[in-house]
Write a protein that binds this ligand. Structure first.
Ligand code: PA5
Length: 441
């Protein structure tokens, strides 16, 4: 599935940068396979493409159909790992313009991923008097942003359809046993889906967390899972020719050589939210104990005209990982007999030819400017290739975290802002911190 090209990295690193990490990679792969490394309780995603709950999968497909029949709009409420994966896959496979298209699936809007009053009011206006359903997603069931949004949309549904009618339109994806959302869903009788205990938020896109909204958008989730399964089978084979081992080794070697930023670049605009998902995956998994590459992203060629200058000549702190998909279609550049624009040297050439040459030129320019390059080449964007890529990035992330000697499956740093916010909002139990923080404001 993947052609991994490290040739534009090698001049920046010792020749044996992969071989010298063999023992560490073996150990990392073994800890992932045996679930016995740091955070091992949260490595259920490693075998998820094979071991996922088939009964729940069928319920997800049935619920997606019901949403499609009942509603013109699906509001998906969640934040972080309970948000980004679904949006990433829907935008990549069904387009960022999905909501603007003529289709027989519902418009999909995301809520509860911030606290913007303007965004909320705009969303309510966009829904208007259309029929809508809600999928509320929170593993902990206590995250403030989605909890507040759910209270609002639950109230709107109950007002529009009555309590009974609302129950038929609310789907709760949460922990199997605990949390406020679990208690609420049980009490109200909502259809429930599970975030498995052994799968953390940012590794949960291939659970009901991502799959229900993705299926509601009409995307083939069986093909998505089969792509992930293919990746799981390929990448679980130990060895230095394993592309996940090679990419993890390259990232780690870059970091040890002094690079601080990994810049993920793609030439396909629908990849933008996939890059957001990738940033959370790597940022939350590696950024701890004072360590970790800062994950950043750019959309080429647009950002060559905004960030290109910095990449070429700014501080030499980054390397670049380019994701390239084969084009799905072809468009030939027309001939113009007058040639006033001087572009006839491109007449009859596919636009993808121009894009490919642009990419090659950019890579060489950036390498010459001191930005090492990793190139990931994939077949055309489709369910199978995207499922494969999701698993690839997750697996490399697990390996990378262990190479860095951090726990890639916790996120203790996220708690700091939550504590302060609760205290400043006057949540019971935070009185002392409230007084201390207010004195500092
Ligand atoms: O990756 C993670 O664990 C986080 O980004 C969570 O997904 C995010 O904080 C949302 O948490 P929850 O699903 O508990 O509402």
């Amino acid at each position: 599935m993947l052609n991994l090209d490290l040739s534009k990295l090698s001049s920046f690193l010792p020749q044996d940068f992969t071989a010298s990490r063999k023992a560490a990679l073996e150990q990392a792969a073994s800890m992932l396979a045996n679930h016995n490394g740091p955070g091992g309780d949260f490595t259920g995603w490693v075998t998820l493409p094979r071991d996922y709950d088939k009964e729940e999968f069928a319920r997800i497909q049935a619920a997606a159909k019901k949403i499609q029949q009942q509603s013109q709009v699906l509001v998906v409420i969640g934040i972080g790992g309970s948000y980004l994966g679904a949006r990433a896959v829907i935008e990549l496979l069904a387009s960022p313009n999905y909501n603007l298209k003529k289709k027989n699936t519902p418009d999909i809007y995301f809520a509860g991923n911030g606290l913007s009053t303007d965004a909320l009011l705009e969303l309510i206006a966009l829904i208007g008097d259309r029929d809508f359903s809600v999928n509320v997603i929170s593993k902990s069931g206590t995250t403030t942003e989605p909890a507040v949004a759910f209270r609002i949309f639950k109230g709107m549904l109950e007002q529009k359809y009555g309590k009974e009618g609302a129950r038929e339109r609310i789907y709760a994806t949460t922990d199997a046993h605990k949390g406020a959302l679990k208690g609420l869903a049980d009490a109200e009788g909502y259809e429930e889906f599970v975030v498995p205990d052994a799968v953390g938020g940012r590794y949960s896109v291939l659970t009901a967390v991502g799959l229900l909204p993705i299926a509601a958008a009409g995307i083939d989730i069986e093909a998505l899972m089969s792509g992930a399964r293919q990746a799981m089978d390929e990448l679980s084979v130990p060895g230095l020719d394993n592309p996940a081992w090679q990419y993890a080794a390259a990232r780690h070697a870059m970091y040890e050589s002094g690079k601080k930023v990994e810049l993920l670049a793609c030439y396909e605009p629908p990849f933008r939210f996939f890059a957001e998902w990738w940033k959370q995956l790597y940022g939350e998994s590696e950024g701890k104990d004072g360590k970790g590459l800062f994950p950043a992203s750019v959309e080429f060629t647009a950002d060559l005209h905004s960030m290109g200058q910095y990449i070429q000549e700014g501080e030499r702190l980054m390397f670049e990982t380019v994701v390239h998909f084969a084009p799905k279609g072809e468009f030939l550049i027309p001939n113009d007999p007058e040639n006033i624009d001087g572009l006839n040297f491109l007449s009859g050439k596919p636009l993808s030819f121009v894009a490919e040459k642009a990419m090659r030129g950019v890579i060489l320019a950036h390498v010459d400017g001191g930005v090492p390059n990793i190139l990931l080449q994939l077949p055309a964007i489709g369910e199978t290739s995207v499922g494969w890529l999701i698993y690839f990035f997750e697996y490399v992330c697990g390996l990378s975290g262990y190479l860095l000697q951090v726990n890639p499956f916790n996120q203790p740093g996220v708690e700091a802002y939550k504590k302060n916010m609760f205290a400043l909002l006057g949540k019971p139990g935070y009185e002392d911190l409230k007084a201390e923080l207010e004195a500092r404001l």
